[in-house]
Design a protein around this ligand. Structure first.
Ligand SMILES: Cc1cc2nc3c(=O)[nH]c(=O)nc-3n(C[C@H](O)[C@H](O)[C@H](O)COP(=O)(O)O)c2cc1C
Ligand code: SF4
Length: 453
């Protein structure tokens, strides 16, 4: 299959401006600006059924259509914060094929007639951000970015901004705050980013993921129908699936929506190493519910709808595979620690919930857990769900706990059973200690009466 997104696998050095142009690069932007009105570009993207690849799967064309046409200042912000555990797809695009992202972002900017584009990179991408600036300069010199783009009279510079390494800054409203120089915490919505007062510097703003935008040049060049013909009617096009954990061939795989879990993991990923059995799957990094590797799951198609029907989310499609030896309580504890560390602390259910969940896991793992702890692992996360928090991180943090309790409860019970057994042994030893020394350290009465001594 010819790649739409991971073109670096087919064309060496496509990251280089000249190589990109020699292989049809920026033809999508030229076509958009020279042959289509901004409204037509939005219509094409809407009809292609492209959905956001940052996690929520929101229709991209619809998002662009929300931007008020008469707003004097409008922005496109590229979300390159990529911090979800197990997600490393945007990095490959940024590193190996940056012009496709720049071109896609410029087409989005043309569609909403943006004043500027900002690319927000996670702090650890400092080397990529530097290289990206050089590529933007090459595009600017070719009149594809900046002033009077393609002699159309439209000005649109592209800037790169580095975050400081916080997972929460991938959440779009926290990202906008961080970009503005404010504390990287989510905003109260409405207003949403596309609305006046809700976006960057409070101007209407489109926030899109790197992978989402990298699809756009192909869609403009080949048409909405061609893109929609790939994948399934509800989940159209291609997706980059990231495979990591217990998998023979970890990496990024660009495939059409609709292939099954089994095809992805066993055909493309090469299966589970050392002949072990697959036990559990995280289809969307740490933030989505874990799925047990049953035949029902493995034979299900990879679409937004079918993964939701299984009780999880496709999210950014970062698959972490866990083999039969994985301790699911330990795995949930690791994810809980991550969310507790990354919670921005702005809302009580998330700040307190992640704190208390982590304490319970510590208790379980050091062999002090009780059945009461298992009840708390069911009730605390439920109080973090249902839209009671400002952003989805609170819900994300509840997912690994509730799903492992649901599917792997026996492992939790085993922790408690072992803890109870060791408590009983300890008590027995203590009694024996008291018995042998007596309360004041004297010999017990039993000695003189022919007792155990
Ligand atoms: C805690 C949290 C972290 C997020 N991290 C990212 C991220 O790293 N990259 C990303 O594109 N979207 C991330 N999102 C989703 C964004 O808020 C937003 O939905 C996305 O950038 C929209 O782009 P799209 O429509 O192209 O998917 C995150 C959301 C939450 C709640
Ligand atoms: S849910 Fe958590 S991360 Fe999101 S705003 Fe509230 S405290 Fe911050």
């Amino acid at each position: 299959m010819e790649h739409i997104l991971l073109r670096d696998l087919d064309i060496p050095d496509i990251r280089n401006f000249d190589v990109y142009v020699a292989n049809g690069g920026y033809e999508g932007l030229k076509k958009a600006v020279r042959e289509h009105t901004p409204e037509e570009v939005i219509k094409i993207v809407l009809e292609s059924n492209l959905r956001g690849r940052g996690g929520a799967g929101f229709p991209t064309g619809r998002k662009w259509s929300f931007i008020p046409k008469d707003a004097p200042i409008k922005y496109v912000v590229v979300n390159a914060d990529e911090s979800e555990p197990g997600t490393f797809k945007d990095r490959q695009i940024l590193e190996k094929n940056p012009h496709q992202l720049i071109e896609g972002a410029m087409i989005a900017a043309y569609a909403i007639q943006a004043t500027a584009v900002y690319i927000y990179c996670r702090g650890e991408f400092w080397d990529l951000a530097h290289a990206l600036e050089e590529e933007i300069e090459a595009a600017r010199q070719a009149n594809l970015v900046g002033e009077d783009v393609l002699s159309s009279g439209w000005n649109c510079p592209v800037y790169v901004h580095l975050g400081a390494g916080a997972y929460i800054c991938g959440e779009e409203s926290a990202l906008l705050n961080s970009l503005q120089g404010l504390l990287g915490q989510p905003r109260v919505r409405p207003p949403f980013p596309a609305q006046p007062g809700g976006g960057l510097y409070y101007a209407p703003t489109v926030v899109n993921n790197v992978e989402t935008l990298a699809n756009v040049p192909w869609i403009i060049q080949n048409g909405a129908a061609a893109y929609k013909a790939i994948g399934t009617p509800e989940s159209s096009g291609v997706k980059i699936f990231c495979l990591s954990g217990h998998i023979a061939r970890p990496g990024n795989y660009e495939l059409p929506f609709g292939i099954t879990f089994r095809e992805l993991i066993f055909e493309h990923g090469g299966g589970i190493p050392d002949g072990k059995k697959l036990k559990a799957i995280l289809p969307s990094g740490a933030s989505g519910p874990v799925l047990p590797a049953t035949d029902e799951v493995l034979d299900a198609p990879l679409t937004y709808e079918s993964v939701a029907a299984l009780g999880s989310t496709l999210g950014s499609a970062s698959f972490i595979l866990m083999d039969e030896d994985t301790d699911m309580v330990w795995a949930a504890a690791k994810m809980t620690h991550f969310f507790k560390h990354e919670s921005c602390g702005k809302c009580t259910p998330c700040r307190e919930g992640t704190y208390w969940l982590e304490r319970i896991y510590r208790r379980l793992l050091r062999g002090d857990g009780t059945m009461r702890d298992l009840e708390l692992l069911k009730s605390i996360p439920r109080n973090m769900q249902g839209g009671v928090t400002l952003c989805a991180l609170g819900e994300f943090a509840a997912n690994p706990v509730l799903s492992t309790v649901q599917h792997f409860y026996a492992e939790y019970e085993e922790y408690v059973r072992r803890a109870e057994a060791s408590r009983e042994a300890r008590q027995a030893a203590e009694q024996m200690h008291d018995y042998t020394l007596g309360e004041a350290g004297e010999l017990p009465e039993a000695v003189g009466q022919g007792g155990v001594w």
